[in-house]
Write a protein that binds this ligand. Structure first.
Ligand code: COA
Length: 319
């Protein structure tokens, strides 16, 4: 009873912030950001919230799948940036879209969160526990980053992406996933409730990152986990139409393609206009490709996520 994606949706905030605008906040330049990251602009919330973007992405995925919200059995929101700790964002989305029959919860695995939500939904459908699942990645990264730290702030953007999974007779592919808590300091964001910080202007209250350590980790582990997921499922790289990676940085994607000796056109990217939207990046990119008609029935696609924790993961799916 393997699941397939029967609908996708996404939502990007109306306000688009160019690299040039960052020069008002930090000493940087459009050229530096483009060259080091491939990012040209990102969307930043003004009126939108984590939940409002998730709701819009969910509604457009439901419309595309031609489904009613009441048909959803499982609703998972992957986020690190919801407005409320209680209730979970998934319950707020449930109420706003009318998914009255869904079991709802949030999941935090940082930038790997969408992959982890996908695995969770997949296993629930595979065991027969659920028939349908709505999984959403929604992030307001602009609320978490230090707008005075040029090494991190220029990387991130806000947005949401959603996919609907439905049971089907398509082949089931085992996912692969790993975590290494010993590297927790590579990407760190202390909670307001940690009791360690007295003052919200303290830089420790915002995201801190060892950029080079994260870069090296991603370039080493992502090709490895992709090879692992293919081996687990008896597939070869040439069977794969697209490798859809978490959109952190163009240079990371290029390095992964080089390691796998695959042409870059098998690695779609939207980091140029979205920046790094954490767990929203993969479903936003999937939705953009889907709506452009770039995904075709029977295409085998690898998804790969990586980020804080450290966490990294890959999945194969058939479109
Ligand atoms: N504009 C201009 N200069 C900047 C800058 C910016 N936005 N950010 C950093 N610099 C400067 C540094 O201060 C440093 O200056 P110095 O040589 O005078 O000390 C110089 O640029 C090089 O800094 P460094 O950190 O070595 O750059 P880098 O080549 O490693 O690029 C990242 C920085 C963040 C772009 C890169 O490390 C990266 O992409 N890491 C992965 C981050 C990531 O994707 N995180 C999320 C994963 S989910």
């Amino acid at each position: 009873m393997a699941a397939f994606i029967c609908g996708t949706g996404s939502c990007l905030p109306a306000y688009r912030m160019t690299n040039e605008e960052w020069t008002q906040y930090v000493e940087t330049s459009d050229a530096w950001i483009r060259e080091r990251t491939g990012i040209e602009s990102r969307h930043i919330v003004r009126e939108e919230t984590c939940v409002s973007m998730a709701v819009q992405a969910a509604k457009s995925a439901l419309e595309q799948a031609d489904m009613e919200a009441g048909e959803i059995d499982l609703l998972v929101v992957s986020t690190i940036s919801a407005e409320h700790i209680l209730p979970c964002a998934a319950c707020e989305v449930q109420q706003q879209i009318g998914a009255a029959n869904a079991v709802c919860f949030d999941l935090n695995a940082a930038c790997s969160g969408f992959l982890m939500a996908y695995h969770t939904a997949l296993s629930g459908i595979e065991t027969g526990m659920y028939k349908t699942a709505l999984i959403i990645g929604s992030e307001c990264m602009s609320h978490l980053m230090n707008w005075k730290d040029r090494g991190t702030c220029i990387l991130f953007g806000d947005g949401a992406g959603a996919v609907i999974l439905k049971n089907s007779s398509r082949p089931f592919y085992l996912p692969a996933g790993h975590s290494d808590g010993s590297k927790k300091d590579a990407l760190l964001l202390r909670s307001r409730h940690s009791g360690e910080i007295d003052n919200f202007t303290d830089p420790q209250y915002y995201m801190q990152m060892d950029g080079q350590a994260v870069f090296k980790f991603a370039v080493r582990q992502v090709p490895e986990v992709i090879r692992e997921v293919l081996k687990k499922n008896g597939l070869k790289q040439e069977d794969i139409r697209f490798f859809i990676l978490h959109q952190a940085n163009r240079r990371i994607t290029e390095a992964v393609a080089r390691h796998l000796k695959e042409p870059l056109d098998k690695f779609p990217m939207n980091v140029d206009h979205c920046g790094n939207t954490s767990s929203a990046s993969i479903p936003i990119l999937l939705d953009e490709m889907n709506r452009k008609g770039e995904l075709h029935r029977g295409d085998k696609i690898v998804l790969a996520g990586f980020g804080a924790g450290l966490t990294w993961s890959a999945a194969v799916l058939e479109w």
